[in-house]
Each structure stands twice: as structure tokens, then as C-alpha cells.
Write a new protein. Structure first.
Length: 544
């Protein structure tokens, strides 16, 4: 037994983890691109089993696992109990599958600080639990040989065929009555484009793992893959399987808005009492500056600001396409609360992302001339705010002040890319190489906050080409059919604001919101133009 355990650990330590990491991402990629449900479920199980096994093997010798090492039988029993609870929760969820989307939206913002590899990481533990239960429900349903509650290509094809038959019947009836038929036939989804999106997501994961093999900080690349890319890829697959009807979309938005208000109230308490949760560095910063920054239950005020900005954009999309007395006033009150707390975060990046998202909504809702007028008004208001309090926005300190001291990171990242432009320094290596190239660095700020710069420095032109192709394809998916459509407009504006935020504060594929927006956008793009044949029309008109 001891020999078997030694061999098992040895297979996951030394140089072997680099190969195993590639295998894990290949399984995740297969999960994204395969159309056969059984093969997809098998790939999902493989990825979800191997990823945590790699992580445990990487920290096996640390003191925190001494109890497990010294009491292996108890560890195995605990693992079996956890699996039993997971299966039981999956059996419960598989009969209530739409609830998974709401649980995921609810769990997405919550982060739990945990000690990891000598440091503290803020991990999305509640979301991991939801994804694990959702994966169990999916796998159990797929292998149970029962009628699946998930949407399939056959369902979409049947819905489209039914709508086409109804359209043909209406055309025949109109021809008999001599009446012109002005209704357009339903448009099919974008299967080729969605396949490209899935393939590019899969290629991004595999290329990242391959380039981690020569990274000087393989542990960071491993953690990024295990904690972000694998579970979020599973989240994408599961959210693609949900039928996003108007009721589902409305419920998801209400959950997000409710959380935004709750987080804002916590932020107001922080500001009133001058207390900060979770972030010792932010506490020190507030103690040494005249201003006070709130972060609510988020570790970082910029991540909190991102959440508020995206939630406000989604809510405004509903207001632009429909107004109803009481709902309108409640929506405006919610926007006022979140806007006030967003100002208290002092997150310039989030404010800019919010303005950009509003501009996209205006451009998709009205004629370009009206959108231009709205943009001018926004610019004037923003300029007035900056002029009234320039020190708040760091303008007194030049570009370094505006960028929060990140100008050196940008130039340093460009320099790293210039030194090795082809293949980069390796996945997850930016902090290590930046400090190695700047030994006299007099700051703790060394992590890149600009995603293209990070990708260029770590993965070179290879990774940069994959990243650009993914962003272009993703924008094509979310922007198609978005003009005049409230749901598609909301997704497109929120995704645009998110991508802009990543240009100044990183976290693209490391943010579950990216995967969730793409999943919902892809699910909507896969449906016919008229979704009435499959159920309730996809519209946010009832939101406001």
C-alpha cells in the first residue's frame, strides 16, 4: 500500500506535473468542443479529478497536509463522504436544473481568503462548490440514460423546424387570402461561429499549459489553471446548457442587482465607520491618505467596482427598452445606490468601464447621431468631475497617478516582450521576470494589470495571436443581432466594459464573469431569431 502511494505521488511530482497539466487542459478543451454528451461528460470528470490532484501533489510536503499524510485512512473516508454529499446534491439539482444558473450568479462574487504556498489567495470557494454540484448533476443525467433536462442541438433544431413550419403555414394562408406577408423568417443560430469560440477557448487553455512547461514560476501557472481556467470552463459548458428564457434572465438580473445593493450597503457601513474588511494593504493605504476607499466584501475595490459597473449596465439595458411605473422607480433607486457606492471605491477603471458600457448601450439602442450626443454629454460630465477634484483621480501626479502607479508595469512588460517576442517567458511568469529584470524595484506592485501586456510578456506572439483571435470571435458572438435587442445589447455592453476593465486591471479568463457572459451570449446566439417556438420570448422588457 505504501509503495502504491509513493508511486502515485511520484507520478504527480517532479517534471511529470508539466505533462499532466497539459493533459488536464486537453481534457478541458475536449469538454468545450465535443458535441457528444457522453464524451463531454467523461472529459469533464477527467479534468475535475486530475486538476485538484495536481494541486494537492504540488503542496503535498507542506505542513498543512501533515494530518492527511499521517492519517491516510481518515483522509480517504473524508474524501468519500465529500463525494457522497456531492452526488446527493447533484441528484437534487438535476431535477431543478435552471436553478444552477441562479446559484452560479449568486456565488460568483464571493471570495474566501485562504493560505496557499506561503501567501494568501482569495478564492471563489462558493462558486467552486456550485460548479462541482452542477457538474455532478450534468454527469449523472448524461449517464443515466434518461430524458435530459438540458438543451441539445436536437432541441434547437426541432424548435427551428417548428418555427419554419409555422412560418410556411402563415405564408400559405397569406397567399390564399391575397395578403402580403411582412414577417421575416426566423434566423438560425451561428453554429460555425460558436464552434470557433469554443475552439479558441480550448486552444487558449492548452497553449497556456504548454507554455507553462518552461515558465520559471510553474506553480503560479498551475494555480491559475486549477483555480480559474478548469472550473470556469466547466461553468461555461454548464451555463450553455441552460434555456435562458425571459424568466431566467430576469431572475438572474434580480439576483445580481440584489447582491449589488447588499454589497453597496456594506460599503456605506465601511465608509461611515472607517473600517475595511479582508484587505490589510487597503487598510494601510486608507490610514496614510486623506481619502477613504471601500471594498465591501471584495478583497480589491477595483474588483468590487467592476461588479457594480457590470450590474448597472445590465440593469440600464432593461430600462432603455421598456418602462413601467413602479419597476422603473425601483430600478432607478437601485442604480442610485450602486452608483453612490461605486464613487466610494475610487475605482477610475470601473467608472470608465461603466461609461463605455453605457455608450455601447446607447449606440445599440438609438441612431449613431443620438449615441454621439449621449457620449458628448458623458464626456462633459466626466470632465467636470475631474476638474472639480483632480487629486481624487491622481492627475496631480501625471500618468503614474492616473494609472495608480502602473506605468512602470506597462513599460516593463513591453520590455519583457521585446526580449523574447516569439514564445515569451512562460505562463504565469510576469511577476517573477519583472522583479528579476528590476532588482532595485522599490514597490510591492509587480503583477501586470494589462491583459495584452501580460499575454505578450508571458506567451509572446503565440499567446498574443490566440488572445486576439479569441477576443475578436467573442465580440462577434455577443454583438451579432444586438442592435435593438435588449438582451443581446446588455450582454454586448457588459462584455465590452469587462474587456476594457481587463486592459487596466487584468483578470480576463481568470474572471468567471467573462465565461458567464460568453456562455449566456453563446446560448442566446444558438437560438433562432424567434425563440417563441421554444418557450417564452427572450426579452428584458418586463424588467423595467
Amino acid at each position: 500500500m505504501d509503495d502504491w502511494r509513493v508511486l502515485a505521488i511520484a507520478s504527480l511530482t517532479g517534471p511529470a506535473p508539466k505533462v499532466w497539466l497539459v493533459i488536464v487542459t486537453v481534457l478541458a478543451g475536449c469538454m468545450l468542443v465535443l458535441t457528444n454528451r457522453r464524451r463531454r461528460a467523461a472529459a469533464m470528470v477527467g479534468a475535475l479529478v486530475l486538476a485538484p490532484a495536481l494541486l494537492v501533489a504540488s503542496v503535498w510536503d507542506e505542513s498543512r497536509l501533515r494530518v492527511v499524510r499521517d492519517h491516510p485512512l481518515e483522509g480517504v473516508i473524508a474524501l468519500l463522504v465529500a463525494l457522497a454529499v456531492l452526488v446527493a446534491a447533484g441528484l437534487w439539482l438535476r431535477r431543478r436544473w435552471p436553478l444552477f444558473g441562479l446559484l452560479a450568479v449568486f456565488a460568483m462574487p464571493f471570495r474566501v481568503p485562504l493560505s496557499l504556498s506561503g501567501g494568501t489567495a482569495n478564492l471563489l470557494v462558493p462558486l467552486y462548490l456550485v460548479v462541482g454540484v452542477g457538474a455532478a448533476a450534468y454527469v449523472l443525467t448524461v449517464f443515466a440514460r434518461e430524458r435530459s433536462p438540458y438543451r441539445s442541438r436536437r432541441d434547437e433544431a426541432a424548435a427551428l423546424a417548428a418555427e419554419r413550419a409555422a412560418q410556411a403555414a402563415r405564408a400559405a394562408r397569406a397567399a390564399q387570402e391575397g395578403m402580403p406577408l411582412r414577417e421575416r423568417p426566423p434566423r438560425a443560430g451561428d453554429p460555425a461561429l460558436l464552434r470557433w469560440l469554443a475552439w479558441l477557448l480550448a486552444v487558449s487553455l492548452v497553449v497556456y499549459a504548454i507554455q507553462a512547461s518552461y515558465s520559471p514560476d510553474f506553480q503560479q501557472a498551475l494555480q491559475n489553471t486549477v483555480f480559474f481556467y478548469i472550473p470556469f470552463a466547466v461553468l461555461y459548458v454548464l451555463m450553455r446548457e441552460i434555456r435562458w428564457t425571459a424568466a431566467m434572465l430576469r431572475s438572474a438580473l434580480l439576483v445580481a442587482v440584489g447582491l449589488g445593493i447588499a454589497f453597496s450597503l456594506v460599503g456605506f457601513v465601511e465608509y461611515a465607520t472607517r473600517t475595511i474588511f479582508l484587505n490589510p494593504k487597503l487598510i494601510t493605504t486608507n490610514n496614510t491618505h486623506v481619502y477613504f476607499t471601500v471594498n465591501s466584501l471584495f478583497y480589491d475595490p477595483n474588483i468590487f467596482g467592476r461588479y457594480l459597473s457590470l450590474t448597472m449596465i445590465l440593469l440600464v439595458a432593461g430600462l432603455l427598452y421598456g418602462r413601467a411605473g413602479r419597476a422603473l422607480w425601483w430600478s432607478l433607486a437601485a442604480l442610485a445606490v450602486m452608483w453612490a457606492c461605486l464613487l466610494l471605491t475610487l475605482s477610475r477603471t470601473s467608472l470608465a468601464a461603466l461609461l463605455l458600457g453605457m455608450a455601447v448601450l446607447a449606440a445599440l439602442r438609438w441612431k449613431p447621431s443620438r449615441a454621439l450626443v449621449a457620449a458628448v454629454v458623458v464626456i462633459v460630465v466626466g470632465a467636470a468631475a475631474v476638474a472639480a477634484s483632480p487629486h481624487t483621480f491622481g492627475l496631480e501626479q501625471g500618468f503614474q497617478g492616473v494609472s495608480g502607479g502602473r506605468g512602470g508595469l506597462i513599460s516593463g512588460g513591453v520590455s519583457l516582450f521585446a526580449d523574447r517576442p516569439g514564445w515569451g517567458w512562460g505562463s504565469g511568469s510576469f511577476v517573477h521576470e519583472y522583479r528579476a529584470h528590476n532588482p532595485n524595484l522599490d514597490t510591492t506592485l509587480a503583477a501586470s494589470h494589462t491583459i495584452p501586456i501580460t499575454v505578450a510578456a508571458e506567451q509572446g506572439l503565440i499567446g498574443l495571436a490566440v488572445y486576439v483571435a479569441l477576443v475578436v470571435c467573442a465580440f462577434t458572438v455577443v454583438l451579432r443581432r444586438s442592435r435593438g435587442d435588449p438582451v443581446h445589447s446588455a450582454i454586448a455592453a457588459a462584455f465590452t466594459a469587462l474587456v476594457f476593465h481587463t486592459m487596466l486591471y487584468a483578470n480576463f479568463l481568470e474572471d468567471p464573469t467573462t465565461w458567464a457572459l460568453l456562455a449566456v451570449g453563446a446560448a442566446l446566439a444558438a437560438t433562432p431569431r424567434r425563440a417563441a417556438a421554444a418557450g417564452e420570448p427572450l426579452s428584458l422588457r418586463t424588467l423595467a
